[in-house]
Design a protein around this ligand. Structure first.
Ligand SMILES: [Zn+2]
Length: 259
């Protein structure tokens, strides 16, 4: 299939992550994660350097600073596979062992990338959100999958105005001719998604039936504007406590209990 051989498009982004502090690898923290509806005894555990957790996540940093003597960080309701990917990224800067598998495909699913993005949002890890949305774009382009297949998940698990919501809305506004959406989206499109599309069309002063650009034109434009529009390179700040997040991270604190 021609779609299998499409090259991966890398958006222009000249930012580099700031360096780690020299004492980042002095102490280990046990990170425990278990899925929603899973029992704590079925958790998976990861040993992660304290300085690395603090370096990447403003939420982990605050939590670890509040309880400096404790050495366990619990993440109830988090998929251990996703936490494993995040830990792998913290040490290697990559979300998977190889950027492409033996077939030349990105070895992550759009669902996994959405989950990684959401994890980065809940835990104040902008660099993780940046890499997740970049690969989400690359994957959806490579596999020719319209991101509206994920609209319900994205609107249930990300904050209003998130880069993932904006990418999804932009994609629809820029690439979709809106023929037949009343049937395809009937009963499944979140109201907030439809309102975001309306707002974006109005901002661009564009009618929904406008002729979409060719795929190559669209890709060239996306590659150019991607960093500015979807990456977050500002210094980290605490995320708001409200919003449609699955787990309240303030509850996902530290604990010393060993049952
Ligand atoms: Zn960037």
């Amino acid at each position: 299939m021609a779609a299998d051989r499409l090259p991966v498009v890398t958006p222009d982004c000249s930012y580099e992550e700031p360096g780690l502090s020299l004492d980042a690898f002095e102490r280990l923290i046990l990170v425990r994660a278990w899925k929603p509806y899973q029992q704590k005894k079925d958790r998976k555990e990861f040993s992660v350097h304290r300085g690395l957790l603090s370096h990447h996540s403003v939420v982990f940093r605050e939590t670890l600073q509040r309880t400096p003597r404790k050495n366990i960080l619990e993440l109830p309701g988090e998929d251990p596979d996703i936490v494993g990917s995040v830990v792998y990224w913290m040490y290697t800067g990559k979300l998977s062992q190889a950027a492409l598998d033996a077939q030349g495909k990105i070895p992550l699913t759009l669902e996994q990338l959405c989950q990684v993005f959401s994890f980065g949002e809940k835990n104040g890890i902008p660099e993780l959100r940046n890499i997740a949305i970049t690969i989400f774009f690359q994957k959806s382009v490579q596999d020719s999958i319209s991101p509206d297949t994920l609209m319900r998940w994205i609107y249930a698990n990300t904050l209003p105005g998130s880069a993932l919501r904006r990418y999804l809305v932009d994609y629809m506004v820029e690439r979709c001719n809106f023929l037949n959406v009343e049937n395809v989206w009937q009963g499944i499109a979140p109201a907030a998604f439809l309102l975001d599309i309306l707002a974006r069309l109005r901002m661009l002063q564009k009618p929904p039936s406008a002729q979409p650009p060719t795929r190559d034109e669209w890709l060239a434009d996306k590659k150019r504007v991607f960093c500015e529009r979807y990456h977050d390179h500002t210094p980290v700040a605490l995320p708001p406590n409200e919003g449609p997040v699955i787990v309240d991270l303030m509850d996902a604190g530290l604990s010393d209990d060993e049952e």
